[in-house]
Ligand binder design. Sequence first.
Ligand code: AMP
Length: 183
Amino acid sequence: MRLVLLGPPNSGKGTQASLLAERLAIPAISTGEMLRGAVAEKSELGLRVESIMDSGRLVDDDTMAAVVEDRLSRSDARQGFLLDGYPRTLPQAATLEGILVSSQSDLDAVVSIEVPETVLIERALGRGRQDDSAEVMKERLRVYDELTAPLVGYYKDRSKLHTLDGNRPVEVVFESILEVLGH
Ligand code: AMP
């Protein structure tokens, strides 16, 4: 199973990614977590992306292509994976398509978790991660609407898209994802 999870910040995407990865026995690949790891390690990548992440903007597509290509080439991703936080732009979706074509594979499904903006803001206020100040949260939402939301149409055109209501309890959202995946 090769999956992409789409959803705005605070949609519960990360939580669902962990649950799904465990149930489907595939690695959950979170580019945000990978980058936070790089920042914590103060690696060359981490030093380069830290201020961009803190501002709520996106790391450039070329950097992300290298991160994802490297991660997907690891043996644990050969039998399937779940991407959480990638792709986030149309060029990133094209990069992912290229990586998959060159390994003669394809995505099975893209699940888009939809949550009203008022709920996203409420959730952000209760969370308090370092990059979740009100201003940064607003920027992350703006970036999502401008650069990531177009992926919904991109995957709809490719008949991969399943959208579902993320404004429900975690277990209910989880069950409905399994259902659209046919599990
Ligand atoms: P996340 O945990 O997925 O919300 O990611 C945290 C931050 O990491 C984002 O706000 C971006 O600055 C950066 N990031 C994560 N994934 C990507 C991506 N695919 N493209 C660009 N930036 C990313």
